[in-house]
Design a protein around this ligand. Structure first.
Ligand code: EPZ
Length: 434
């Protein structure tokens, strides 16, 4: 059993350094297998999602060398590119983003065999747009018995692809396959998230020819082959945003280091509407809140709109604001499960369709909570740190998928948060902080 034990009520103050962006790293690690040369990637966040994807990459025959906790060398030369090539479903079941190996392997070997990702707690999350992109490039994609996707092509020919829905995953997966296709591919209505730009920059550092990443039209001119590279991943916009919301919910004062302030603009502006102060420096932001918080409205949108991955964390802070806030989730169909845990802590929230109506309350009280997904778990940590009393959070495996050394970082900010793994430790924590 692994839980976070938290004693709330402390204003978080001090400095925290943000790790590399998980959602950039997953696309970049998959792309690294597209060359037979060695690729060295720095600032890889030490989280279970990246560790799992690296195991999947080793599992298909690539050589992976951990140079240090955040730097890895990958060489795709040893991948068995014949019918035995198959990404085992144990990895896909752990992280959906293993599906980036379809685009990477299809691009490089014109063949990929990867288990089909399931849905998850925040929605159905189909991959029809990924498949549409691969087929438009000339691949034959079929789902075979055992829930595997097999994609193969005589050759991949650059094409014009319009994404009916803005999709981060489909944009990245199609970019991977198109990088080694013959001719020019245009991806219209592409996602513009910072991690899309990071994956495109990484591919270009390997010799790809990709222009327009970060806009809604990405142009890929296929090249013969890709070569080795040395690359450093951008900081994680959502980890940074999580600590910004934590500063506000606990009325603290936190200097968040190793960030790109431009990536945080939507988050900063909402926190300022709530009455927080946000000071921007070159690669740091300071977030302070000391008085009453004000209600505001949030609607999640593709970048540069307000990020859906920050929706739960902001709701946890808004539940303590004066007045009524409305949070609307426009990306996923089921991303309010955390609300019922916040209600158990005293929050006053009603979910109506794809909106949460949040009536601010004076305080949370600690409770025994359950994390349903990665960002919901982060929201519960924020609420528990702001609550009166002690909270225990179960299922923290979700949180550890995307937050490196989360409890250490919170403790360094003065928060009382421990990883507990036994009933004795739970008992002791209760004794120490009753
Ligand atoms: C990525 O998921 C992120 N995951 C998610 O972060 C993030 O919430 C999401 O983008 C939106 O920003 C990674 O990058 C590993 P989408 P992804 O394709 O690519 C629909 C986290 O917390 N859609 O942009 O799966 C889909 O159902 C995670 O780190 C289709 O209909 O998201 C959704 O409604 C959670 N068909 C919308 O598009 C498709 O083929 C956006 O999804 C693909 C997507």
């Amino acid at each position: 059993m692994e839980q976070y034990a938290i004693k709330g009520g402390t204003r978080l103050e001090g400095e925290v350094t943000i790790a590399g962006a998980k959602n950039a790293a997953l696309g970049i690690l998959a792309a690294a297998v597209m060359t037979d040369d060695e690729v060295v990637i720095e600032n890889v966040p030490y989280v279970s999602d990246t560790r799992t994807l690296l195991k999947a990459i080793e599992g298909i025959g690539a050589t992976v060398r951990y140079i240090d906790r955040h730097t890895v060398s990958i060489c795709g030369k040893g991948i068995a590119h014949d019918d035995t090539l198959c990404v085992d479903d144990e990895y896909i079941r752990k992280i959906r983003a293993s599906y980036y190996l379809i685009g990477a392997l299809l691009g490089k070997y014109k063949y990929a065999n990867v288990a089909l990702p399931g849905g998850c707690d925040i929605g159905a999350r189909p991959i029809d747009l990924h498949i549409k992109g691969f087929e438009t490039l000339g691949a034959n994609v079929e789902i075979i018995a055992g829930g595997k996707i097999v994609a193969r092509a005589e050759e991949l020919v650059g094409s014009h692809i319009y994404l009916d829905t803005v999709s981060v995953g489909a944009t990245i997966n199609i970019m991977l396959a198109a990088a080694l296709a013959d001719g020019k591919t245009t991806i219209e209505n592409a996602a513009k998230e910072p991690h899309i730009v990071d994956v495109a920059n990484f591919l270009n550092s390997m010799g790809a020819n990709i222009k327009g990443a970060g806009t809604d039209v990405i142009r890929v001119r296929g090249v013969e082959k890709l070569h080795g590279a040395f690359y450093s991943i951008i900081p994680d916009q959502i980890e940074a945003g999580t600590f910004m919301a934590m500063a506000v919910a606990t009325r603290g004062n936190i200097l968040i280091k190793n960030v790109i302030p431009k990536h945080l603009e939507a988050i900063s502006s909402k926190l300022i509407e709530m009455g927080a102060k946000v000071l921007e420096y070159d690669d740091e932001v300071r977030v302070m809140a000391d008085g009453k918080l004000k209600a505001t409205q949030i609607k999640t949108l593709p970048y540069p709109g307000f990020p859906t991955d920050m929706q739960a964390q902001m709701a946890a802070a808004l539940a303590l604001a004066d007045g009524t806030s409305i949070v609307t989730e426009s990306i996923f169909e089921n991303r309010f499960r955390y609300v019922y845990e916040l209600i158990r802590m005293g929050a006053n929230i009603k979910v109506e369709g794809n909106s949460a109506i949040i009536k601010g309350v004076k305080r949370y009280t600690g409770a025994h909570l359950e994390a349903s997904d990665l960002r919901a778990g982060a929201a519960l940590v924020i609420a528990a740190l702001a609550a009166d009393g002690v909270s225990f959070i179960d299922d923290i495996k979700y949180i550890k998928r995307g937050y490196e050394d989360f409890d250490d970082k919170v403790r360094n900010l003065g928060g009382i948060m421990q990883l507990v793994t036994s009933d004795e430790e739970v008992k002791k924590f209760k004794e120490d902080y009753k």
